[in-house]
Design a protein around this ligand. Structure first.
Ligand SMILES: [Zn+2]
Length: 165
């Protein structure tokens, strides 16, 4: 199952896109506490799934970190590692990129992208409040990308027509 399908499946099963609601439904131990140097991390310890989130983050970021850590739990449990997440996104590792991609698919539904299919990545980043790189992870290979590309092609075709006048 790919990352998007896993995220969509969880959303359907739990009738929610709120990662806090979903992890509660999955019996995850969710701990909000002040963290220094990291935004959050996931730990698989004695058969328990534990997600720690820095309680000092703004709510929007707490939700993102929760979704990102859930990504590690769903995708990387077998890696048997603790993922300490100090950065907003992409530290280059495949695991971090996958967890970010999972988070974005969980948090942002297709309809939102379709409604904004004429927006650029920069505009979507401002509207939705996520870094451009995260938006790119979300739009990569989706219907949105197809719609986006066809809109782009249409606009550039119109541009050519306009210039030919
Ligand atoms: Zn991570």
């Amino acid at each position: 199952m790919d990352i998007k399908k896993k995220a969509d499946w969880l959303v359907r099963k739990h009738q929610s896109r709120n990662p806090v609601e979903i992890v509660k439904g999955l019996n995850v131990v969710l701990i909000f506490m002040p963290l220094v140097g990291v935004r959050g991390f996931y730990q698989h310890f004695q058969r328990n799934n534990i997600i720690y989130i820095d309680e000092n983050l703004p709510y929007h970021e707490q939700l993102f970190v929760c979704a990102h850590e859930m990504g590690h739990m769903i995708l990387h449990k077998k890696a048997n590692a603790i993922f300490m997440d100090s950065r907003t996104f992409l530290n280059g590792s495949r695991y971090e990129q996958e967890a970010d991609s999972f988070a974005m698919h969980l948090l942002v539904e297709d309809n939102v992208l379709l409604e904004h299919s004429s927006c650029t990545i920069e505009q979507l980043s401002r509207i939705l409040g996520y870094e451009k790189e995260l938006i790119q992870l979300r739009t990569k290979g989706t219907e949105y990308q197809t719609a986006f590309n066809s809109a782009r092609q249409m606009f550039s075709a119109l541009d050519v027509i306009a210039h030919n006048k």
